[in-house]
Ligand binder design. Structure first.
Ligand code: NAD
Ligand code: IPM
Ligand code: MN
Length: 348
């Protein structure tokens, strides 16, 4: 195509700040290939909810489904904000998008660029991807409360795991591993305690592994995985894991590879039955919003993942190269959000 029909959801807090920089870089990167970026902005998020009471109206969801892809900033209010019930936007907008558009591969790459940025003394070569399941697990809202507010209250939160859901994401992880140099998959779960889901995941990995004789695999309980992510992160190549474990370990993965300001993600519908959505791993960062302090690199790298998904691998590679060049020059001195965006755009 000679144009990209892009839905843009900047959201709340630093979301609009980092998305402005991502669009700046994205537009320039595709223009160099004669491709026109046609963005449509959607005003959604906590501020929009406060103004209108809307989270994600049905017509807006239908409209989003017609786009080539979605670039998402971040949503959510400050934890202490009493004007808005906790998590309503996260669940009724962000998770609703991931579920409705069947984003079953939540792809979160972690790479340490050069030597700067890691809090680890000897990180070694860190270059792994987490393939986080995106549509099931404890995220499905399968639970409830009995006798609420009494001393006998019982709250349940039941993790949903289907053979179909687990198999498709595990197969995706093996396929990605088969295209990488080390060709290794690590299943991260907790099957010593989470017996039923754990065994479905383990059996599925054993079965899918038969289809990929060139790919090796091992297993780590999630608690041990957090140890190795700090003590020996270079051991990881492709991690496949459930929705909640994937959420937690990817913030840790971000922290060891230069910080949450660098961590990109894609919520991908690999069947291309609906548009995929690309977003930084971080949230709306109310503590630094409005100050021009947010690092837009995660959003910019998310835009590169978006281009790769749409088949513009060369443009994606040029963005990544410009990011690497910029990150390698960083010396810890403060730069504004737009200064970082300008530098990366100039480096394309
Ligand atoms: P957060 O990721 O917003 O912030 C955690 C810490 O990282 C903060 O100190 C913040 O300043 C810092 N940080 C985050 N992004 C940064 C960036 N680009 N540059 C520099 N520093 C950055 O997580 P939180 O504080 O737990 O959540 C804040 C709100 O965001 C909550 O409402 C939460 O529900 C929501 N949230 C949304 C998403 C999303 O939209 N995908 C993801 C996570 C959290
Ligand atoms: C993320 C976020 C979301 C998640 C929240 C905001 C629902 O933490 O994208 O990592 O848990 O998936
Ligand atoms: Mn998270």
């Amino acid at each position: 195509a000679s144009s990209i029909d892009l839905a843009v959801i900047p959201g709340d807090g630093i979301g609009p700040e980092v998305i402005a920089e991502a669009l700046k870089v994205l537009e320039k990167a595709v223009a160099a290939e004669g491709v026109e970026l046609k963005p449509t902005h959607y005003e959604l998020g906590a501020e929009h909810w406060l103004a209108t009471g809307e989270t994600l109206p049905d017509q807006v969801l239908e409209d989003l489904k017609t786009r080539d892809a979605i670039l998402f900033g971040a949503v959510g209010a400050a934890p202490g904000d009493t004007r808005i019930p906790s998590g309503i936007i996260e669940r009724e907008l962000l998770l609703k998008l991931r579920f409705s558009l069947d984003h079953y591969v939540n792809l979160r790459p972690s790479r340490l660029y050069g030597t700067v940025g890691s809090p680890l003394a000897n990180p070694g070569t860190v270059d792994f991807i987490v393939v986080r399941e995106g549509t099931e697990g404890p995220y499905v809202g399968n639970g409830g409360t009995l006798r609420e507010g009494t001393p006998h209250e019982v709250a349940t939160e039941v993790s949903l795991n289907t053979a179909h859901g687990v198999e498709r994401v595990v197969r995706d992880a093996f396929r990605r591993a088969s295209l990488r140099e080390r060709k290794h998959v690590t299943l991260v779960h907790k099957h010593n305690v989470l017996v039923f889901a754990g065994h479905l995941w383990k059996r599925t990995v054993e079965a899918v592994a038969q289809e990929f004789p060139g790919v090796t695999h091992d297993y780590l309980h999630v608690d041990a995985a957090t140890i190795f992510m700090v003590t020996d992160p270079s051991r990881f190549d492709v991690i496949v894991t459930d929705n909640l474990f994937g959420d937690i370990i990817t913030d840790l993965a971000a922290a060891i590879t230069g910080g949450i300001g660098l961590a990109a993600s894609g919520n991908i519908n690999m069947d291309r039955a609906a548009p995929s959505m690309f977003e930084p791993v971080h949230g709306s960062a109310p503590d630094i919003a409005g100050q021009g302090k947010a690092d837009p690199t995660a959003a910019i790298l998310s835009a590169a993942l978006l281009l790769e998904h749409l088949g513009y691998a060369a443009a994606a590679g040029r963005i990544e190269a410009a990011v690497v060049a910029d990150v390698e020059k960083r010396d810890g001195s403060a730069r504004t959000t737009s200064a970082v965006g300008d530098a990366i755009a100039a480096g394309l």
